[in-house]
Write a protein that binds this ligand. Structure first.
Ligand code: ADP
Ligand code: ZN
Ligand code: ZN
Length: 804
């Protein structure tokens, strides 16, 4: 009987992306869920991933299926669990399964197809233009040659090669290979146990050979090169030991482990009573007590990290594995050093700062079961761990857990699914929980565990508000300048937050009142003074700074607002002696730059650290006694239902960087809106008050947690095309949803034009909407043709983190 496989195919514009293929009997043993295959698709050959295999009797329909052409893996890189997760996400979230699964792999495990082109014999006349003949001859003279090599020599030759392939003058072979490989190293491995080796060593005459056996008895298998260096033995004496049967030589995978900066290590601590209670709650859940997810609400500096580490230890002690997720920007060398210090080689680290080789090796160690603790940022939520006992989501409120491009998944949601799948304990930690999680805890769906105090003698910092409506002084008000000066005098350190990079976000013409905009997006260009450029922070467009208004020619252009560069300038102006470090996307682009800057600040090589939100998270530097927030309300003007929540979180988190050691801390918050509930709550540290105000606003606006959201967005080069396409989809949707569901749109998106494409949104607000994903999928059929022709693009975002 024939077998049929359901394959996730790399086909863009297919909202489902699952297709059935026949499994040829020769390939039958290798086709199992999770392997990569090559399948025919239209006239192309595409890579796919097997999701399921069934016998033909069960397979739907009597259609003639095409066969799988090739199987790319001997062992599936995806575990059955992760394949099931992909199926779940396409069915509930319309996330294309191929793209999702592929994004789980480190780049070096992905395969790459190379087209080898060769001359196909001499028969038949060849009628070609001279420049075509040149390409042909070049290929003939070289034998099989990679297409890239041809295109390097003849950049325009792509269509010529295709044409000749079709005529049969050229032939091609396609080969696939992984982009990276596991490196191996030769190891010397003893063939006997340590006592027998020592005994044998004693009986040997050569002192070098004796040293070899003694070293191996002590250290176990050792890389050959290292062994030779340690003992001074030669290769031939090693071979003599092989011949005598004492040892063997073996290639073993070498893991390129990421380096960790030991300066961040801390002595082991005795847990406080609050911490112990939190760990006990987690242990109880591990042992099958209250299995609800745990929301660990601990103020900044309350020692959440130690709770996570103890919980991981408890999990390992029970023979299970643990996953610790932290936001990319909180994945500081500090966090890594602490985890590494505690768990050594049992830890695998996954984050974007690693080199391709390191990432590949860490991932392989997890897949092979050699690592039982994984620490990583968003995409580490897909780490192929088996038997997970604990998943910790640190800073669970962080927006960066949501991936804002295809595949649009939320790590919190994936973590919850995987925890349920494994029967694992799910811990969400934060000093500023998301409104949704807090609401779930209030409703008893999450178990709330709190750490209300800072550890030891550290106390929460005093917070002072500077009302910018009364206080002048530009970016740095007088009270802030005085406070900085005091710290400089005492040799203490200062952190300043300005959540905007560049020099000024707006260049305004004083005469005509217009601002310089990006030619491709409906946003203003940011002035970067450091290199005299105007840049679009959305599409990357840049041009040199102009000295006249592009609209009226006036020379009176004024920079409005201040980014980190302008704050840095103001600091250097007021405190010419101060050593200032700036940390934002512009200064941390290089790999390792982030860790390097933080390390310099930790070692006291700078007095003031100025930066965007990347300085707000997780930093624990004892000599920081002042935190200044240059403009706390910067985000409150955004048309975004989460603006207040984000403001509260950012101000609270950055304020939490002050006074974490022996020295007391102070926070200065500059704002034009001192009475706004989220500023007031952040100043008083009153989460409950913030929550009460915010939840009322959410109820009124029909936003989460009262309603769930989904956004359908259409974009096209022509505004009318985008609006009409979304109009058709929206109309279908309105008919499909239940009466309580609110459908708003189509309306121009908050940024109505991006990268030369006009964008429209439809917002779906619902409480209970069964089969919403299928309803949206069916509605999208209205525009199947323009989407396939690439006249319009659609994205669907479930539970958006932002509408902006
Ligand atoms: P949070 O993540 O809650 O803001 P951290 O985990 O960074 O807090 O802990 C704050 C500081 O307190 C760190 O320097 C940490 O080493 C220290 N710390 C944590 N627990 C203890 C403890 N039980 N005893 C002493 N110091 C502790
Ligand atoms: Zn002008
Ligand atoms: Zn732009």
């Amino acid at each position: 009987m024939n077998a049929v496989a359901v394959v996730a195919v790399d086909a863009p514009y297919e909202p489902d992306g699952r297709f059935s293929y026949l499994v040829p009997s020769a390939l039958r043993p290798k086709v199992v869920p999770g392997v990569r295959v090559v399948v025919p698709f239209g006239r192309r050959r595409l890579e796919g991933i097997v999701l399921d295999v069934a016998t033909a009797m069960e397979a739907a329909g009597g259609r003639l299926l095409r066969p799988i052409l090739e199987v790319l893996d001997d062992e599936p890189p995806f575990t059955p669990e992760l394949v099931r997760l992909a199926v779940h996400l396409v069915e509930t979230r319309l996330i294309p399964p191929y793209r999702l699964l592929l994004s789980m792999l480190p780049p070096a495990v992905k395969t790459e197809e190379r087209r080898l082109i060769r001359w196909n014999g001499d028969d038949g006349p060849i009628i070609a233009l001279p420049e075509e003949a040149e390409v042909l001859e070049w290929i003939r003279d070289r034998g099989p040659v990679a297409l890239e090599a041809i295109l390097r020599r003849f950049p325009e030759a792509g269509p010529i090669v295709d044409d000749f392939l079709e005529r049969g003058w050229l032939a091609e072979a396609r080969v696939r290979k992984p982009r990276g490989r596991t490196k191996t190293v030769r190891f010397a491995v003893p063939n006997a146990a340590a006592p027998a080796l020592r005994e044998a060593a004693a009986s040997l005459r050569g002192i070098r050979q004796r040293a070899v056996l003694e070293t191996l008895a002590e250290r176990g298998p050792t890389p050959v090169a290292e062994l030779l260096r340690l003992t001074g033995a030669s290769r031939s004496s090693l071979e003599a030991l092989v011949d005598a049967g004492w040892i063997r030589l073996e290639a073993r995978p070498l893991s390129r482990r990421p380096e960790v900066d030991a300066a961040w290590r801390r002595p082991t601590v005795e847990l406080t009573d609050d911490q112990k209670a939190a760990v006990r709650a987690i242990e109880g859940a591990l042992d099958g007590g209250d299995r609800r997810p745990i929301l660990l609400h601990g103020v900044t500096g309350s020692g959440k990290t130690e709770v996570y580490l103890a919980a991981i230890e408890a999990t390992l002690a029970r023979g299970r594995t643990a996953l610790l997720l932290v936001p990319e920007i909180a994945l500081t060398p500090m966090m890594l050093a602490r985890v590494e210090q505690r768990f050594g080689d049992r830890v695998a680290i996954l984050h974007s700062g690693l080199g391709a080789g390191e990432r590949h090796d860490e991932w392989q160690r997890i897949r092979r079961g050699e690592a039982s603790v994984v620490v990583g940022a968003r995409s580490a939520v897909f780490a192929p761990l088996a038997d997970i006992g604990l998943i910790v989501l640190d800073e669970e409120h962080e927006a960066s857990y949501k991936q804002e491009e295809t595949p649009r998944y939320h790590a919190r949601e994936i973590a919850r699914w995987r925890a349920a799948h494994h029967g694992a304990v799910f811990v969400l930690g934060s000093a500023t929980p998301s409104v949704e999680s807090y609401a779930l805890a209030r409703a008893g769906r999450y178990r709330l565990v709190t750490l209300p105090r800072r550890v030891g003698s550290a106390r929460l910092p005093d917070v002072r508000v500077v009302d910018l409506r009364k206080e002048g002084g530009g970016l740095l008000s007088r009270p802030l300048r005085e406070a900085i000066e005091e710290r400089l005098r005492r040799g203490e350190q200062v952190i300043l937050l300005q959540n905007r990079r560049g020099y000024a976000p707006v260049m305004l013409c004083r005469r005509c009142g217009r601002a310089i905009e990006c030619p491709h997006c409906a946003v203003t260009l940011t002035y970067h003074r450091a290199d005299g450029a105007l840049r679009c922070h959305y599409c990357g467009y840049e041009q040199p700074m102009v000295d006249r208004c592009p609209f009226c020619g006036s020379p009176h252009l004024i920079p409005l607002g201040g980014g980190t560069q302008r704050v840095e300038e103001a600091l250097l102006h007021s405190f010419p002696e101060a050593r200032v470090l700036r940390m934002d996307r512009d200064t941390t682009g290089r790999r390792g730059a982030h860790a390097e800057l933080l390390g310099r600040f930790l070692r006291g090589e700078a007095d003031i650290l100025v930066g965007t939100q990347m300085i707000a998270k997780g930093l624990d530097i004892p000599r920081v006694t002042l935190v200044g927030i240059v403009l706390a309300d910067a985000r409150l003007g955004f048309p975004d239902f989460r603006a207040a929540e984000r403001t509260f979180q950012l101000v609270t988190q950055v304020a939490g960087r002050a006074g974490r050691g022996e020295l007391p801390g102070e926070v200065i918050v500059q704002t034009y809106m001192p009475d706004h509930p989220s500023i007031r709550a952040a100043v008083t540290g009153d989460v409950a008050a913030f929550f009460a105000a915010e939840i009322a606003a959410r109820k009124k606006g029909a936003y989460p947690p009262y309603y769930r959201l989904a956004v359908v967005q259409a974009d096209a080069r022509d505004a009318r095309v985008a609006r009409e396409a979304l109009g058709a989809v929206t109309e279908r949707l309105r008919m499909a949803v239940v009466p309580e569901t609110i459908v708003v749109g189509p309306a121009p998106a908050p940024i109505p034009k991006l990268r030369d494409r006009f964008r429209f949104h439809t917002l779906i607000k619902y409480k209970q909407e069964p089969e919403l994903a299928s309803k949206i999928r069916r509605a999208l059929r209205e525009i199947e043709r323009p989407v396939r022709r690439q006249e319009v693009a659609v994205t669907v975002d479930f539970d958006p983190e932002t509408l902006f």
